[in-house]
Design a protein around this ligand. Structure first.
Ligand SMILES: [Fe+2]
Length: 253
């Protein structure tokens, strides 16, 4: 599995504070069979300079080798959508997911307005492909799907946190978003080893139960891999897949 949304760099954001904490978190990824992760520390208005991200990434990679942890670490970031982000983009001062043109982006919590759409279109005009981080947080999108449709039609992609599927109270809604092709990635958004943990293995099982193994592979391996390789990602409607699968199984039985 490949996790495109994680907070593992030490001392950069609200993820691990120390190198030791980062190493413990990486060990947990390894134990949960995640082979590759993108370190997507927050970039907000008050964040440290980009050089600090590179430094923390290099330090963590060196320490990871010392501990012989078999998790491939790719540098990325989670960027808030604001005017400063657009200015950073103009100066080429953003951290994309690996060497790709994909950016993991946080939207405003309470609504999306024409100014945000302008920023989105500007970022796109610079060649970036945008992935909306943890879509479930934006009820103005997930409870008003025409707005989410509008963003998908603008070629934005969508990531959902594994927890939204794992928690029983939100699973039905998560399943509905997946079934209707609104989600191209499931990621952990893990911050620590206590309450925001690497939980892709649990998500993999649940997606396989609801849909099938191919769907888990697509969301947790193929799409993340294609993203790191800067290849295109398609929107897929799993509900139709499942109905076809069911008919096929019925035909066989
Ligand atoms: Fe995050």
């Amino acid at each position: 599995m490949i996790d495109i949304h994680t907070h593992v760099l030490p001392g950069i954001d609200d993820g691990p504070k120390t190198l030791d904490e980062s190493i413990e978190l990486l060990k947990m990824f390894e134990a949960r069979k995640v082979k590759r992760i993108i370190a997507t520390s927050h970039i907000t208005r008050n964040s440290p300079p980009i050089s600090e991200y590179l430094k923390a990434y290099t330090e963590l990679n060196i320490e990871k080798e010392k501990h012989n942890i078999q998790v491939d670490l790719v540098l990325g970031s989670e960027i808030s959508l604001n005017e400063e982000t657009v200015k950073r983009a103009e100066k080429n001062e953003l951290i994309t997911l690996g060497k790709s043109n994909y950016l993991l982006i946080e939207l405003p919590l309470f609504g999306i307005y024409p100014v945000h759409i302008n920023w989105i279109e500007k970022l796109k005009s610079y060649g970036y492909r945008l992935i909306i981080a943890h879509v479930e947080r934006y009820e103005y999108l997930t409870n008003n799907l025409s707005k989410l449709d509008d963003l998908l039609e603008r070629d934005l992609l969508v990531q959902m946190n594994a927890n939204y599927l794992i928690e029983k109270k939100t699973r039905k809604h998560a399943k509905s978003l997946l079934s209707n092709g609104y989600v191209q990635y499931v990621a952990s958004d893990s911050h620590n080893t206590k309450n925001r943990t690497p939980n892709l293995d649990e998500a993999y099982e649940i997606i396989s139960q609801i849909f099938d193994n191919n769907t888990s592979q697509l969301l947790l391996r193929t799409n993340p891999n294609r993203t790191i390789e800067n290849k295109s990602i398609e929107r897929i409607y799993f509900k139709k897949e499942k109905i076809i699968n069911q008919l096929f199984k019925r035909h066989l039985s």
